[in-house]
Write a protein that binds this ligand. Structure first.
Ligand SMILES: Nc1ncnc2c1ncn2[C@@H]1O[C@H](COP(=O)(O)OP(=O)(O)OP(=O)(O)O)[C@@H](O)[C@H]1O
Ligand SMILES: [Mg+2]
Length: 267
């Protein structure tokens, strides 16, 4: 079976050839089967965000190739990947349009990838679809379709971003600490929604998290990054058997600076 995502020899350096050179990705080779739900952990600066941005097309690798569904997308611009590859980051402002209403955001997502001429006003049938999609989340968004997104809380915006990614037809979901800016209760609600959406749509997912408990609990596979490389890749039963202690030990083995690291503080 063709893997959904395949990275081969992907390397990215910032400020190459200067004293501040940083190797963010070091010859990364990674294959994701359709339906893989991979959690990604690693200390600050390990290259997690760079990995996701490179897959989303926001950063061009210096070397290596990226294939999606058997097609080389290494040089495909972001907007041509946006319908099938959804990315949600920590800042809720990145994934939703603040000046537009909830229904306008959803309509925009639904029409992503369609010709511009089709992007017209929100129809009644679309509205009914949005209400049906929003109601189960339990954040009360279904009764506020006409309000501007700027008035929503961070958690409501992240939940909306998740729905937008699925409405746009995403097959690959890239989550870069998408719960990190939320209070614990809201983070739980949005994580539940994430797990539900991923399962219902059988989305292939890469989820960066600094909560090791979440990294162990969710998904069928876990990767740990350090200094631009993948230093641990476990799945299925081996993943289910992981403990926070085992992961902390692994961090120590590679000399990760654990004392000040958020990873430790938030287990
Ligand atoms: N736009 C950029 N310009 C210069 N250097 C960058 C840039 N983005 C990332 N880097 C560097 O690349 C390396 C990897 O950064 P990245 O943001 O991918 O790490 P991360 O694993 O996401 O860390 P964190 O847990 O802090 O989010 C770091 O050394 C970082 O300083
Ligand atoms: Mg990051």
């Amino acid at each position: 079976m063709t893997p959904l995502l395949e990275l081969a020899g992907v390397t990215k350096r910032f400020h190459a050839g200067t004293p501040s050179e940083a190797v963010a990705l070091r010859n990364i080779t990674l294959t994701l089967a359709a339906g893989d739900f991979v959690t990604v952990i690693g200390s600050n600066g390990a290259g997690k965000s760079t990995l996701l941005k490179t897959i989303a097309g926001m950063i061009a690798p210096d070397a290596g190739t990226i294939s999606f569904d058997g097609r080389d997308i290494t040089h495909l611009p972001v907007y041509r990947r946006a319908a099938t590859i959804g990315r949600i980051a920590q800042d809720p402002g990145d994934s939703t349009c603040a000046a537009m209403t909830i229904e306008e955001n959803l309509a925009m997502a639904e029409r992503r990838g369609m010709p511009r001429g089709l992007r017209r006003a929100v129809t009644q049938t679309a509205r009914a679809r949005f209400v049906a999609a929003l109601a189960p989340i339990g954040l009360g968004l279904e009764s506020r379709l006409g309000i501007r997104v700027v008035a929503l809380s961070g958690g409501q915006r992240q939940a909306l971003a998740l729905l937008m990614a699925t409405l746009a037809g995403a097959r690959l979901l890239l989550l870069d600490e998408h719960l990190a800016a939320l209070d614990p209760r809201t983070a739980d609600i949005v994580m539940d929604l994430t797990a539900r959406v991923v399962a219902e749509r059988a989305l292939t997912t890469l989820m960066v998290t600094h909560k090791m408990q979440d990294a162990i609990r969710f998904g069928n596979r876990l990767i740990m990054m350090h200094a631009g490389a993948i230093i641990l890749d476990v799945r299925d039963d081996a993943k289910a058997a992981l403990t926070v202690e085992a992961l902390v030990t692994r961090f120590h083995e590679v000399g990760s600076e654990m004392t000040e690291d958020r990873v430790l503080l938030t287990t």
